[in-house]
Design a protein around this ligand. Structure first.
Ligand SMILES: *Cc1c(COP(=O)(O)O)cnc(C)c1O
Length: 502
């Protein structure tokens, strides 16, 4: 039991978000999250276990390798008997509690089979592996793998066929997309971004501006948060408004990595377009986390990595989206003449497969996002992504989101229970992620009172709990619906609250 007695006011179970039941002010945030009706005793282990038993996606955990507590302490690759136990969908005491899928997703069990198939293809048929599909192999021929992975990714981000390409890595793709979509002219040379963008995005934007001969100090418009780290849509729209004549590009995160805030992509995109602006989205923390409709939302371009919620492995090959309206390739003077298409940086893999090996130096881009590829992609990398996508294929982003909302709501509920409800000064931590579930993904960011980070970090480590710590004092915990359990969330909340003295 987390805590048998509580001095908090008891709130009726089952209060709905939209309920008109008057709620005591101090409990308002608790009521918001409790649309699932967690009863007052939901902070006991039995309750957490019962949520797992009734979870329709519970079988997915068994498709992943959950690091064991012993494994997490490992200093050598040599296998010991304790390491080799297979994990199962029933969490055992020996499983670590992994809440870091926002940083690096866990390894699907099928990944090693896929990679083994890849190695065997290479060792047996060598160069023929580019075009030959071996029977009994889970893999496509190497030359088809990027297209295959792109097709399978479309449903995860709400793209039409042809609007996604799989290539490179995230920051490289941001550069390549900016090479096409950031075309500064005269006074219209600025890029609007957030005040504390992920460093790689900040540097990429800064260097693009300098590359075009402009001064980043003048040309980077940073949208400031309203309070804490949360940037309201109104603030973003107002900043667009104030600078509409100078902006050449808007580039924002779908889910902000630090605060976990999910931005209103359709509304901000529509507004940017109403001012005639191009807008791109970094979906590093959104892809595989929240269902999106990039095509319907008319997003110009987007990019994401696949090693966070997409579980393709560290540094795995990344995804990019280009709206179909920007991917057109036309031959106004007949099929033998020069094509007309949106400018981008190119290589032979941007070129149509049918003529790629003609070696005639007549460039004919692949229509759609595929035309933004450049090089022959790493087949090993693609193999690992295809393995992960095969798991996503067994469910849908909608199903995952339904569990994710409840899992994160449970985490919030547990964390807020017993929280001193007087002024903020007495609280050892604050949740800086929006409390409105529609404005966040899986992650909750917990801002600790000064000086607590170290003791909390140590307490979590002792229990084999893996979360992400960002200086000066934020813990990011992301229960991932594919492999995390309500029990994981319960153990984390119990350990965390004890460590902060609640
Ligand atoms: C994780 C992350 C990156 C990482 O970029 P790489 O090119 O994959 O190293 C960049 N931007 C954001 C917002 C991220 O969350």
């Amino acid at each position: 039991m987390l805590s048998g007695s509580t001095t908090n006011k008891v709130m009726a179970p089952g209060i709905l978000e939209s309920s008109s039941t008057p709620v005591i002010d101090n409990n308002r945030t608790k009521a918001t999250v409790n649309k699932y009706g967690f009863p007052q005793d939901a902070d006991c282990e039995e309750y957490a276990r019962s949520l797992d038993e009734s979870d329709p996606l519970r079988g997915f955990r068994d498709k992943f390798i959950i690091p064991s507590k012993a494994g997490l302490e490992r200093k050598s690759l040599a296998v010991t008997p304790a390491d080799s136990s297979a994990s199962s969908s029933i969490p055992s005491d020996r499983d670590g509690i992994y809440l870091c899928g926002n940083s690096l997703g866990l390894q699907p069990k099928c990944t090693s089979r896929y990679i083994q198939a890849q190695l065997e293809t290479w060792s047996s048929i060598a160069v023929a592996g580019h075009f030959t599909e071996l029977e009994e192999s889970p893999l496509k021929p190497w030359q088809s793998m990027a297209d295959f992975a792109a097709e399978q990714s479309c449903r995860l981000v709400g793209a039409l066929p042809g609007e996604v390409a799989i290539a490179n890595t995230l920051t490289v793709n941001l550069h390549l997309l900016m090479a096409s979509f950031y075309r500064p002219t005269g006074k219209r040379n600025k890029i609007l971004l957030e005040w504390k963008a992920f460093p790689s995005d900040h540097y990429a934007i800064e260097s693009q501006i300098a590359w075009h001969g402009f001064d980043p100090k003048e040309a980077m418009i940073l949208v400031e948060p309203d309070k804490d780290h949360i940037i309201s849509t109104e603030k973003i729209l107002a900043t667009i408004d104030e600078n509409a004549d100078d902006i050449a590009l808007v580039l924002l995160p779908g889910v902000q990595y630090y605060s976990g805030q999910y931005l209103d992509i359709p509304r901000i995109t529509e507004y940017a377009h109403s001012k005639g602006l191009i807008i791109g989205w970094d979906l590093a923390h959104a892809a595989g986390n929240i269902p999106m409709k990039l095509h319907d939302w008319d997003v110009d371009f987007a990019a994401w990595c696949t090693y966070k919620y997409m579980n393709a492995g560290p540094g795995a090959i990344a995804g990019l989206f280009v709206h179909e309206k920007h991917g057109k390739v036309e031959y106004p003077n007949g099929p033998d003449d020069d094509p007309v298409f949106r400018h981008r940086l190119t290589g032979w893999y941007s070129g149509d497969k049918a003529s790629r090996f003609n070696m005639d130096n007549k460039f004919r881009p692949i229509p759609g996002a595929g035309g933004f590829q450049i090089s022959n992609p790493s087949a090993i990398d693609l193999t690992s992504l295809c393995a992960s996508l095969s798991v996503f294929n067994e469910t849908s982003m909608e199903e995952l989101r339904a569990k994710s909302l409840k899992l994160t709501a449970y985490l919030q509920w547990l964390l807020q229970k017993d929280m001193p409800s007087n002024d903020e000064g007495d609280r050892p931590f604050r949740i800086i992620t929006p409390l409105d579930p529609s404005k966040r993904g899986a992650q909750l960011s917990l801002l600790l009172s000064p000086g607590l980070l170290e003791q909390v970090g140590e307490a979590l480590q002792r229990e084999g709990i893996i979360v992400d710590q960002r200086k000066p004092g934020v813990i990011r915990a992301a229960p991932v619906p594919l492999y995390n359990t309500y029990y994981d969330v319960w153990v984390f909340a119990r350990t965390f609250k004890k460590a902060v003295g609640l």
